[in-house]
Design a protein around this ligand. Structure first.
Ligand SMILES: Cc1cc2nc3c(=O)[nH]c(=O)nc-3n(C[C@H](O)[C@H](O)[C@H](O)COP(=O)(O)OP(=O)(O)OC[C@H]3O[C@@H](n4cnc5c(N)ncnc54)[C@H](O)[C@@H]3O)c2cc1C
Ligand code: SF4
Ligand code: SF4
Length: 471
């Protein structure tokens, strides 16, 4: 399943229970995509119609590049028995949303994918609920609109899913209102029966002690990608500067940046063109943050040559994972030696993956370059640096945030930092709940869990009917 966003709409549609891992099954949380077991599939195409990301194709229609997905599906099922028979009972009872009062009013903060699935789930469980969505910008969609790459057209097309719930009579959207600045969470908690935070996690993680962003030649990945996706007159038109650029962080956002650099470099002035792009991963290769599909997307590009830094953590060529085996086969280069810089300005962009580099600081050098310093004492000299080291939730008054940058919660119920007890009628969903991980579709199962908690709390609060005397 290429471009699968893991929202699991297909799982419910499949009469044969051939799509795994399904929500609730082992491995669902960590899986990059779901897989179809070709041995039990009856080719009824119900899943194709149900898939919002157009990710399902018959095997015969796959391109050579897409064939990797079929291979991965076969590998996924190879050692396991075929899943036959009725699907395991996953959701036996769905609590409707009832109000202890006459009318149920719920505030949702944010209008990204997590808000979309939350609003859909709220409307599904109640015909009389009223939902008010507060969005700080003038348009809905969150990162799906601003951050998801134009290379992922099927995922970007999922913006159409917003139309039904956000245009429903029961939903009102208040634009250009930042909760925490224009209206407080405390005020919302007194005006609504429940408040759901779907505000995402887009504060860049800080690198080192210095305010690195003030240095000339240091960029934030999100600024570069937003400018490209929103068609802004590019505030970064002079960057990144080459010939050597370092990307700090090696998740999918970092690899989106690599594709961006390969696209724009033809327009750069000679001498400033990026020829070598070093992608620094803090983790060892077996714990890479980028997904296999994101790497394969790079390997398939004609104007990029992907190499491995010989001085980074070594890759185990005998590993069982196909991804690690593929990485271990990449040609190696020593990037500590500037003599190894590519001198071919109009040739392919050399992308060098380097593992085991915990970056502790970014400093200026006396020659006007930048030095990226790692915990192990390496100093990588670069002409520009792009920070893609992850994101955390922005602090909002009254909302406890954990050390990993997500709102403190238990299965979607926000809990107090001091007591660990749930804060009444305050919920969280999406990146604000899980931290900055997972794609657009991951927010669906996440929203179902949060709304289920909300429904259970409302049901528990409902006053018991007063016994009526019939005589
Ligand atoms: C660069 C990048 C590329 C990505 N590419 C992909 C991809 O190709 N495929 C994929 O499946 N996923 C991708 N993702 C992940 C995907 O975007 C996330 O899973 C998803 O957007 C998270 O949804 P969310 O609703 O939790 O957060 P967001 O999408 O961030 O939505 C949060 C919303 O809340 C609003 N908001 C925030 N604070 C406030 C406030 N205080 N008051 C009012 N409104 C507020 C924001 O403006 C925003 O609209 C990418 C992410 C990034 C950063
Ligand atoms: S085509 Fe196969 S996988 Fe898809 S719904 Fe039908 S049986 Fe399930
Ligand atoms: S995108 Fe969703 S519906 Fe489509 S294949 Fe993936 S999990 Fe199934």
């Amino acid at each position: 399943m290429g471009h699968c966003c893991k929202d699991a709409s297909c799982v419910k549609a499949c009469p044969q229970n051939c799509i795994h891992p399904a929500p609730g099954e082992p491995g669902f949380e960590t899986a990059e995509t779901l897989h179809i077991d070709a041995r039990s599939c009856i080719d009824c195409t119900a899943c194709v119609d149900a898939c919002p990301a157009s990710a399902i194709k018959p095997e015969g229609a796959l391109t050579i590049a897409e064939n990797r997905y079929a291979v991965r599906s076969r590998e996924f099922f190879a050692p396991k028995p075929v899943f036959l028979g009725p699907a395991p009972q996953r959701a036996s009872f769905e609590q409707p949303l009832g109000s202890p009062y006459d009318r149920l009013r719920i505030a949702v903060i944010g209008s990204g994918p997590a808000a979309l699935y939350t609003v859909r789930e709220l409307l599904r469980r109640s015909s009389s609920v009223r939902v008010t969505v507060f969005e700080q910008h003038g348009e809905i969609g969150g990162l799906l609109r601003r951050a998801v790459s134009r290379d992922h057209a099927e995922i970007r097309d999922m913006i159409r899913l917003f139309e039904v719930p956000f245009k429903d009579d029961r939903v009102e959207i208040v634009f250009n209102t930042e909760v925490g600045i224009d209206v407080s969470v405390a005020d919302l908690r007194t005006s609504f029966d429940a408040v759901v935070l779907a505000s995402g996690a887009l504060e860049p993680r800080k690198i080192g002690f210095a305010d690195t962003m003030r240095r000339v030649g240091v960029y934030e990945a999100k600024d570069i990608l937003f400018a490209e996706n929103c068609g802004l007159s590019d505030p970064l038109s002079h960057g990144p500067i080459g010939p050597k650029c370092v990307v700090v962080g090696a998740g999918n956002v970092a690899l989106d940046v690599v594709r961006h650099v390969s696209r724009i470099r033809a327009g750069a002035a000679r001498g400033e063109m990026v020829t070598d792009l070093v992608v620094l991963s803090r983790s060892a290769p077996e714990r890479t943050s980028f997904t296999p599909s994101a790497l394969y997307e790079l390997l398939d590009l004609e104007d990029i040559e992907v190499l491995l830094d010989g001085a980074g953590t070594a890759v185990n060529a005998r590993a069982t994972s196909p991804l690690l085996r593929d990485i271990s086969k990449l040609p190696t280069v020593d990037i500590s030696d500037d003599g190894n810089l590519s001198k071919v300005y109009r040739g392919k962009l050399r992308v060098i993956l380097s593992f085991g580099n915990d970056v502790t600081n970014i400093e200026g050098t006396s020659l006007g370059e930048l030095a990226v310093v790692t915990a192990s004492g390496r100093r990588l000299i670069a002409n520009s640096v792009i920070c893609a080291a992850g994101f955390t939730t922005k602090e909002i008054d009254g909302i406890p945030v954990s050390e990993n940058g997500a709102v403190l919660n238990r299965r979607g119920k926000v809990v107090s930092r001091e007591t660990g007890e749930p804060l009444e009628r305050l919920y969280v969903v999406g990146w604000a709940k899980r931290g900055a991980t997972g794609g657009v579709g991951d927010n669906r199962v996440c929203a179902t869990e949060t709304v289920a908690q909300l429904a259970a709390d409302l049901a528990a609060d409902r006053p018991h009917p007063t016994p009526t005397c019939l005589i």
